[in-house]
Design a protein around this ligand. Structure first.
Ligand code: AMP
Ligand code: MG
Length: 417
């Protein structure tokens, strides 16, 4: 097989803004089909059907308090003495009626007996067993939860497209749904390239470095609610890369790091071009350029592939800016943008004048200030681990001064639903 020259990558070089690149990426990724999963496996996924209540919630009128079920007219004034005619625990069903001048002891969640329309809290009584004294006048209907007051049978309780949080999982549980249809979570192959990159537990020789990216990127895939399929480290030969990508193409998406510069050993672009298509973009940002985006062909399937830069900060940051939104979109999320904020810069920041610069920042929301995490080199991964935001500085300036208001991307917060 002919070896494709790595330098062909240079000829395809194009310059794009972040927004242009993201728009192309979001337009180029497929949405995944729905499937049915057990309710707990649906956390974080996107609901692929309108969930309809199959019965009223609560299914019967019940007490909101421990106390006495009574007739409202009997407790309109206090004190009042009522005859205790029974006891209803949660899970029991009352067979007797509460008549005038009568009360029934009732536990929280227990069904209201016929005749009663009001619950007097136990704290407002003398807790009597045979006869109870009501010490406080109680309004009719108090402490009673009506049948269907939360959800009505037939009502859409969670619309299609909703990202399921614990509260939605609970709502689905109350309507008696052990399984739900959600958009499938993307399974994402992650691999590292580079002859210098070694496994975490391998002996390390001069000139070698540990594989940070496969771990940070696989974790980022997981944090995006997707399933990481961590493939190995691939050496800098077209043959090794070809074999690895053939494997990887059974995933829903592929993320590689390294090998997308225009050095002699950078094979990602030419090899992917053989196996599908790949655009090689020079995005006017720091850290992070270059970025390669394309698709592998696996029979009729088209598998998006992201060739991220090798520097550990650049790869994780370009994942955040481009890959995370793409994976969320594949998983059915309508909104793929992190929340943003503005804050007062506490220190001077120097940046390359022509580039959009994403400084790693520490945002203090209590006084709307932000400072950087310190040294901002694209190999300094601590700058990412200390950060709770990205300071988004536009092209056109080479310096920002203390006191200026700057834009932030709140990378510690989930995308609004
Ligand atoms: P590359 O994009 O392949 O030219 O790599 C750029 C820089 O990132 C080089 O210093 C590489 O050694 C480093 N690098 C590449 N891959 C990894 C990795 N998986 N983990 C840590 N550093 C890496
Ligand atoms: Mg490399």
């Amino acid at each position: 097989m002919a070896t494709v020259s790595a330098t062909s990558a240079k000829t395809a070089d194009r310059s794009l803004t972040v927004d242009e690149a993201l728009e192309r990426i979001l337009g180029g990724v497929p949405s995944l089909p729905p499937h049915e999963v057990a309710l707990l496996d649906a956390l974080g996924a996107v609901l692929a059907e309108d969930a309809v209540a199959v019965h009223d919630v609560p299914p019967f009128t019940n007490s909101a308090m421990d106390g006495y079920a009574v007739r409202g007219e009997d407790v309109a004034t206090a004190p009042a003495r009522l005859r205790v005619v029974g006891d209803i625990a949660a899970g029991a069903y009352p067979s007797e009626l509460v008549g005038p001048g009568e009360a029934m002891r009732i536990m929280t969640g227990a069904p209201m007996p016929d005749g009663a329309d009001t619950v007097v809290r136990v704290e407002d009584t003398d807790n009597g067993m045979d006869v109870v004294t009501i010490k406080r006048a109680t309004e009719r209907g108090l402490s009673v939860r009506g049948r269907g007051e939360d959800l009505r049978v037939g009502e859409v309780v969670i619309p299609r497209g909703t990202v399921l949080r614990p509260a939605e999982i609970g709502v689905l549980a109350t309507t008696g749904r052990p399984r739900v249809r959600v958009v499938r979570r993307p399974r994402v192959a992650v691999l590292s390239t580079g002859d210098e990159v070694v496994e975490l537990d391998a002996p390390i020789h001069p000139g070698q470095i540990r594989d940070a990216n496969r771990y940070s990127l696989s974790a980022a895939v997981g944090a995006a609610g997707c399933v990481a399929w961590t493939l190995g480290i691939v050496g800098d030969t077209p043959e090794a890369l070809r074999a690895a990508l053939r494997d990887a193409s059974s995933a829903d998406a592929v993320v590689t790091s390294g090998g997308v510069s225009v050095g002699d050993h950078d094979h990602v672009k030419p090899v992917v071009s053989e196996m599908g298509t790949m655009d090689f973009w020079s995005i006017a940002i720091r850290p992070g350029r270059p970025l390669a985006f394309g698709e592998l062909r696996d029979g009729p399937r088209r598998v998006p592939i992201f060739g991220l830069p090798g520097n550990p900060v650049s790869s994780l940051l370009t994942f955040e800016l481009f890959v995370r939104p793409a994976l969320l979109r594949m998983a059915g999320h309508a909104n793929v943008a992190r929340p943003r904020a503005r804050a007062r810069l506490l220190e001077r920041v120097d940046k390359p004048a022509q580039l959009r610069f994403f400084a790693r920042g520490i945002h203090d929301a209590s006084d709307d200030t932000v400072r950087t995490t310190g040294p901002q080199g694209s190999g300094i991964l601590r700058s990412m681990s200390l950060a709770n935001c990205l300071i988004d500085l536009p092209p056109g300036r080479e310096r920002h001064e203390p006191g200026e208001t700057v834009d932030l991307i709140l990378t510690d917060q989930p995308e609004a639903r």
